[in-house]
Design a protein around this ligand. Sequence first.
Ligand SMILES: [Zn+2]
Length: 82
Amino acid sequence: MSLLDALGGAPAVHECSRAGCRTAASWSIGWRNPKIHGSDRVKVWVACDEHVDFLREFLAARDFPLTVGPLGSISEAGARSR
Ligand SMILES: [Zn+2]
């Protein structure tokens, strides 16, 4: 998700994906847009306790398939698989 992650450096701190929120995330939200993403594609947002419901409803309102789980339980897929 970040360069630090890729390098295995400092412990990863994921900030909430909600615009303007700098709180450390504790949830992962995996989702995709069926109109532009294939079924093997997963995008991941992360969310703090306060915004996990906001982000889930944001995606659900668009009829995007989504999965919510504890931070780190969902991995992005399909974009740059090796
Ligand atoms: Zn937040």
